[in-house]
Ligand binder design. Structure first.
Ligand code: NAP
Length: 242
């Protein structure tokens, strides 16, 4: 699919991987709705970085874990953009700890943002896509969801859930011209992994180094452009989960 002139919603797009996805889409001529929970100044800086490519960009303050917040944001996006053809569910959090020490609220918070957030946003945006019989959805999972990770039972469960959700949505919406895929990054240099540089885990990456946000964004844009890939999980992980 030619992405030029299409409208995209990218969650968690004011920094990290999401911001890079938004910029790569803008470079292809895609207008971007930046959905984020954080401070308005950070979102405004992202809007400026994205609109520098000559496309339309707006930001929407939204907590993806809350259905009402998502409904309000999607109503505002619909008003500003009319239609949405592309959705990237990228917003995510970690609350790592060994299971014995993990608090129930930290388990619930991670599932709420990383998994329920994907459900909330996909449900709301796919309504628009079904009407136009066209849509491309990419969800950001993680290699933790594919192979597990000590200290991340909440995060790994949420990201494994994203894989199941992705394949179910792919099956449900295929007849409506909508594809749904996931990207499973390994260790990517962002604020989320700032303490990992010297971790022994990094030494186990076959390619020998952490990935960059550009590596993930490239895979997302590829899947958004494809007409015949659905229900796929594409690892971008330097080989760690092969
Ligand atoms: P990041 O730098 O921490 O950025 C996360 C983004 O999600 C931020 O913009 C954040 O907003 C937003 N966000 C958090 N909670 C939200 C909520 N309730 N509603 C709306 N937005 C929310 O993380 P990242 O490293 O770019 O990660 C992006 C995605 O890739 C996540 O799903 C993550 O799990 C996944 N991933 C990352 C790695 C990695 O190595 N970095 C590996 C595998 C998977 P604020 O700016 O307001 O906090």
């Amino acid at each position: 699919m030619d992405l030029k002139g299409k409208n995209a919603v990218v969650t968690g797009a004011s920094r990290g991987i999401g911001l890079q996805i938004a910029k790569d889409l803008a470079q292809k001529g895609v207008n971007v709705a930046i959905v984020d929970i954080g401070p308005a100044e950070v979102a405004q800086a992202a809007v400026e970085a994205v609109s520098a490519y000559g496309v339309t960009a707006h930001s929407y303050s939204c907590d993806v874990s809350k259905g009402e917040s998502v409904k309000d944001a999607v109503a505002a996006i619909r008003k500003d953009f009319g239609t949405v053809e592309l959705l990237v569910n990228n917003a995510g959090i970690t609350r790592d700890n060994l299971m014995s020490f993990m608090k129930e609220e930290d388990f619930e918070a991670v599932i709420a943002v990383n998994l329920k957030g994907v459900f909330n946003m996909t449900k709301a945006i796919s309504g628009l896509m079904i009407r136009q019989k066209l849509g491309r959805i990419v969800n950001i999972s993680s290699v933790s969801g594919l192979m597990g990770n000590a200290g991340q039972v909440n995060y790994a469960a949420s990201k494994a859930g994203v894989v199941g959700l992705t394949k179910s949505v792919a099956r449900e919406l295929a007849s409506r011209g909508i594809t749904c895929n996931a990207v499973a990054p390994g260790f990517i240099e962002t604020a989320m992994t700032k303490d990992l540089d010297n971790s022994p885990l990094v030494a186990t990456i076959p390619l020998g180094h952490m990935g960059q946000v550009e590596d993930v964004a490239q895979a997302v844009v590829f899947l958004l452009s494809s007409d015949y890939i659905t229900g796929e999980v594409l690892r971008v992980d330097g080989g760690i989960a092969m």
